[in-house]
Ligand binder design. Structure first.
Ligand SMILES: Nc1ncnc2c1ncn2[C@@H]1O[C@H](COP(=O)(O)OP(=O)(O)O)[C@@H](O)[C@H]1O
Ligand SMILES: [Mg+2]
Length: 350
């Protein structure tokens, strides 16, 4: 049996989303094939070995029952379990960081696992770091000849120093509305649509609270199409799905409130030609940003022109029953438990 460490929680504000994803993964993973080791990282960054029931992860109570701390041992490049003297490598053959956002999805945890020498699910350090940063992702996609909308980058310091100059520069490059986002975040945190100069000023200061690097993008009036990716060197694409919602854009509330009216339709109601185009763009995008194992590529399908633009690439999409990533694969005949099995398989591949 493969001993698999499921790592959850973490220091980002996406901590709770990670708990939710981890509960879902732990409930679906094949226990006849995997012996599970649960490792939770607290919001303060403490690594705890947790032996209790899965239900207490969702509520956050797991922390009170996780006693054995993991301590980084730089000389041994391993994580030592304090009370037992064992290391992480002694108890796990592979790891699956089920984490979202900074520290978990950006190459940080991947770097620790890389140093220890434990195979892990998903992107390596490079692909994780690249896909966490929306501006770097766009630059690489454009360099690869793939369709992305126009964007510009501004730093907190420039905005604080002379916001009028930044706004003048934005107004010279774009028409209103524009989208403003922290470059290194997800879950629509700090994302806003600015319809005029006054709103733009607020959007800029809101975004830099989360990341000093702010990305400003042209607005694309569109439908939102998503494609899953699986595999290492030769990736394959899932069905194409669509998310739709009543509001102006897919903000935090739309994504996470049960009553927001968001709909996740798989397959997307688009022509077979468009779906094929989205899938091949998704594969090309995953190669351009060094995605490994799995991921999700999100598109804008412009309403007027029917043109596809790649919006972003997610290296650890959310897992939960309602999540589109699972549905995208179920639509091509791969059920959730088999999907997870494949993810671990890719991690163990040479
Ligand atoms: N350039 C844009 N044009 C139109 N809508 C956008 C644009 N950028 C973002 N949005 C809207 O904001 C949402 C969140 O932005 P996104 O870049 O996907 O960030 P996140 O990583 O937080 O999901 C998108 O799903 C979409 O609804
Ligand atoms: Mg998104």
């Amino acid at each position: 049996m493969t001993r698999l460490a499921i790592i959850f929680g973490g220091r980002s504000i996406e901590h709770e989303r990670s708990l939710k994803s981890a509960v879902s993964v732990l409930s679906a993973i094949d226990r006849t094939k995997y012996e599970i080791v649960k490792i939770g990282i607290t919001k303060e960054g403490k690594w705890l070995l947790y032996d209790g029931p899965v239900e207490l992860i969702g509520t956050g109570e797991w922390k009170d029952y996780a006693e054995l701390k993991l301590l980084a041992e730089p000389e041994k490049y391993d994580l030592q379990i304090l009370s037992s003297g064992k290391t992480l490598k002694d108890i796990a053959d592979a790891a699956f960081p089920v984490m979202h956002g900074p520290y978990g999805e950006d190459g940080a945890v991947q770097g620790v696992l890389q140093m220890i020498g434990i195979p892990y699910v998903g992107c390596k350090i490079l692909g994780s770091a690249v896909t966490m940063d929306k501006a770097i992702t766009k630059a690489l996609l454009r360099q690869a000849g793939l369709p992305v909308g126009e964007w510009k980058v501004y730093y907190k310091e420039e905005i604080e120093d002379n916001v009028s100059k930044v706004i003048a520069d934005i107004e010279e490059s774009f028409k209103y509305p524009v989208f403003v986002k922290p470059s290194g975040y997800g879950a629509s945190i700090g994302v806003s649509k600015a319809n005029d100069r006054e709103a733009l000023k607020n959007s800029l200061t809101e975004a830099y609270e989360f990341d000093r690097k702010v990305i400003v993008e042209e607005y694309i009036d569109s439908r939102e199409i998503q494609v899953g990716i699986l595999g290492n060197i030769i990736p394959m694409a899932s069905a194409a799905g669509e998310i739709s919602y009543p509001g102006e854009f897919c903000d935090y509330h739309t994504k996470f409130s049960p009553d927001s009216g968001i709909q996740r339709s798989v397959p997307a109601q688009i022509s077979p030609e468009k779906a094929t185009e989205a899938k091949s763009l998704a594969i090309a995008a995953s190669r351009a940003v060094d995605l490994k194992g799995f991921g999700r590529v999100d598109f804008f399908l412009e309403k007027d022109t029917e043109k596809l633009y790649i919006n972003e690439v997610n290296s650890i999409p959310a897992f939960a029953d309602e999540c589109i990533f699972i549905k995208l694969w179920e639509a091509v005949g791969l059920d959730y438990t088999d999907l997870l099995d494949r993810l671990v398989g890719y991690a163990l591949e040479k």
